[in-house]
Design a binder for this molecule. Structure first.
Ligand SMILES: Nc1ncnc2c1ncn2[C@@H]1O[C@H](COP(=O)(O)OP(=O)(O)OP(=O)(O)O)[C@@H](O)[C@H]1O
Length: 652
């Protein structure tokens, strides 16, 4: 009876007590046995269910003997009766001896003490059955037994049905209770979870310590509702999380695939770019090399053509420039007599009213800017770096624009001198990989047949003798003339400002700032070829001649008159030289003046020569303009001789 010792101590909160469980088990097994009795074909041959029922019956009987199961006594009694009936029928149907029915009765009648104990557990009902069986003969007993069996079977059938209904009710009750129990458990869990969430959401409010969840009331309407919401939310959140996880996995896979695809695309694109870049670089290098070669060839050709043209032209080019009308001239009501039929022609009516047409290599009208004038001059400058002497001089009457053309002003009005130097440095820069050049300048003036160094003080000039010599690397040179190294084009500004400041200048009727001397700016370029180490010299002579003037017009007297006479004399000497050259006479009077002596090497074929003939446009200068233009025309036809490049020497 060990199973039932603790029945009285069963937890009252438990749904089924041990007694109820026991009765349910008994009823279950009994129903099985009864069912098999109604269906003999499935009677258990191993007697298991019958033996189990026998055991239950004995348990029921033992429980009845104790006082502790009063509560279920009716059920126990009922069960014992049913077990007895069923077991007796079972024994009758199967011939098995379980201590019931005929066998027990026979043992009781025979006084079989051995099995008496097994039968002794039968209740009074059993004893009565056995007693009754003793009185009748066995055959009658069998018949009675069979009748009883039938009766019992009917009764049993009815009871079985009732029991089945009861069992079904019990089962439903059990199921209902089980559901309630499950619901309660679930609600409890939800409530606990809700409280945990509330606690978590509240940041552990109510003291900040850990909350003993079990201490909260479990189920309340409100809590239950919010717990359901929380549950739904949790389920939603879980579903959402799951969806997000799937989405993320899906996207991760997609992104990974795309990343691989694009990485491959990128790699191949990069490779293509690198390859294209290499090809481009190679073709760029080839194109660059080709362009450089072409450029060199072009330069060479250009030089050849230019030199050929120069030689064909007798090595002198003449550009004519007509300055604009001056304010003074306009104010005096002077008339502009110059017209320009073409870019190399100039036409005007001379003092005698006769139309005159002059043709030059270039003719610049008054509006021609300084830049345009230099544009046509710059090819000559290139020759200097190639080792040629170049002489550019401006000729014309006083006030005709010589100084403006050669020196000019600042910015866009800067003249040939500054622009030539800029161009020289540009060429030097372009050739710096193959050639090394340095540039020096000297500036002198010829004032009343005296040479003055314009880059030194008047005192120094007074104590220095300047002689003209021939045979230097660039031909004619002046002894003791200072030479200043120029590092950049901007250096020329201060140098020319100094020279201009030192130059002799006066004011005449014809020109407020009249130059009273010839000024020559020498720019010498020494170039060393980096490969051959050969050194060449080029000399650029930029000559701003003093203007010829008619003394009656200029009103010069005293020193100015002396200057004017000297100027005219030297210009006349220049005219004589040009005349001699044009007539190819044997003796050319270069030494008749300091000017012609200094220009001898240029005019004797050792330089490319460019003459600017400057004229004023006003009618009152028609005579001087006419003679200047005639002078220039004559010079243009002169063959100065075969141009020679300065000899190259090994650099020391
Ligand atoms: N192309 C020109 N555009 C504008 N002004 C000019 C131009 N040529 C000359 N002039 C102006 O004419 C005046 C005389 O010019 P410039 O001094 O150059 O003459 P010059 O021939 O050098 O005279 P001189 O022989 O007396 O020294 C100056 O005021 C000068 O600014």
């Amino acid at each position: 009876m060990e199973n039932f010792n603790s029945i009285s101590h069963v937890d009252p909160n438990r749904i089924f007590s041990n007694e109820e469980t026991f009765i349910l088990q008994c009823q279950g097994d009994l129903a099985s046995l009864e069912y098999s009795l109604e269906h003999p074909q499935i009677i258990d041959q191993d007697d298991d269910i019958a033996k189990e029922c026998k055991k239950h019956k004995l348990d029921c009987m033992r429980m009845l003997e104790t006082d502790t199961h009063k509560r279920i006594e009716p059920e126990l009694m009922n069960l014992i009766a049913r077990f007895s009936d069923a077991l007796e029928i079972y024994e009758a149907m199967t011939g098995t001896d379980l201590g019931e029915g005929q066998a027990a009765k026979a043992r009781a009648a025979a006084g079989d003490e051995e099995m008496a104990e097994a039968d002794s557990d039968d209740d009074d009902y059993q004893k009565r059955l056995r007693a009754r069986a003793k009185k009748s003969d066995p055959n009658q007993a069998v018949i009675e037994g069979q009748q009883q069996v039938h009766q019992l079977m009917d009764k049993q059938r009815n009871e079985t049905n009732t029991l089945r209904q009861q069992l079904e009710e019990l089962r439903q009750k059990h199921e209902h209770l089980q559901n309630k129990y499950n619901d309660a458990k679930a609600k409890n869990r939800e409530a606990v979870a809700a409280l945990e969430e509330m606690h978590a959401a509240g940041g552990g409010g109510g003291g900040g310590g850990a909350v003993a969840v079990g201490a909260f009331p479990v189920i309340g309407g409100k809590v239950s509702l919010s717990a359901q919401s929380a549950q739904r939310m949790r389920q939603n959140a879980q579903a959402l999380r799951q969806g997000l996880r799937e989405l993320r996995d899906h996207h991760t896979a997609d992104i990974s695939r795309e990343a691989q695809y694009y990485a491959a695309q990128l790699n191949s694109a990069m490779a293509a770019i690198v390859q294209a870049g290499q090809m481009e670089r190679q073709s760029d290098q080839k194109a660059l090399q080709w362009t450089q070669d072409l450029y060199k060839k072009e330069l060479k050709l250009r030089k050849q053509y230019y030199n050929t043209i120069q030689e064909l032209k007798g090595n002198i080019r003449v550009y004519c420039r007509v300055r604009p009308m001056l304010k003074k001239e306009i104010d005096e009501g002077r008339t502009n007599i110059m017209t320009f039929p073409s870019t190399d022609e100039l036409k005007f009516i001379d003092a005698n009213g006769r139309p005159k047409l002059f043709e030059f290599d270039e003719v610049y009208p008054p509006e021609a800017p300084q830049a345009k004038v230099f544009e046509d001059t710059s090819p000559l400058i290139d020759s200097v770096v190639d080792g040629y002497n170049v002489c550019i001089f401006a000729y014309g009457q006083t006030g005709s624009g010589k100084t403006f053309t050669m020196g000019g002003g600042d910015g866009e009005s800067k003249g040939i001198n500054t622009r030539a130097l800029e161009r020289l440095f540009q060429i030097i820069e372009e050739r710096k990989e193959t050639e090394d050049s340095n540039v020096t300048v000297s500036v002198l003036e010829i004032y009343i047949e005296q040479i003055r160094d314009l880059l030194v003080s008047k005192q120094q000039n007074a104590s220095t003798t300047y002689d003209i010599k021939q045979g230097g690397p660039t031909g004619t040179y002046v002894t003791n003339l200072s030479e200043v190294k120029v590092n950049s084009p901007s250096d020329i500004h201060s140098i020319m400002a100094k020279a201009q400041k030192n130059r002799s200048e006066g004011s005449t009727n014809m020109n407020e700032h009249s130059s009273r001397s010839h000024m020559i700016l020498y720019i010498t370029v020494r170039t060393t070829n980096k490969q051959t180490n050969l050194q060449t010299y080029g000399k650029l002579s930029l000559v701003d001649l003093a203007g010829s003037e008619r003394l009656d017009k200029s009103g010069a007297v005293g020193q100015a008159q002396k200057e004017a006479v000297s100027i005219n004399k030297s210009l006349s000497a220049l005219g004589d030289v040009i005349s001699g050259l044009s007539q190819s006479t044997k003796h050319i009077p270069f030494r008749n003046s300091v000017l012609t002596f200094l220009l001898q090497d240029s005019m004797a074929g050792q330089a490319k020569v460019l003459m600017f003939v400057c004229v004023g446009p006003a009618d009152y200068n028609a005579s001087e303009s006419s003679s200047s233009l005639l002078f220039a025309s004559r010079a243009r036809g002169v063959a100065f001789g075969q141009i020679k490049k300065n000899a190259a020497t090994e650099k020391q």
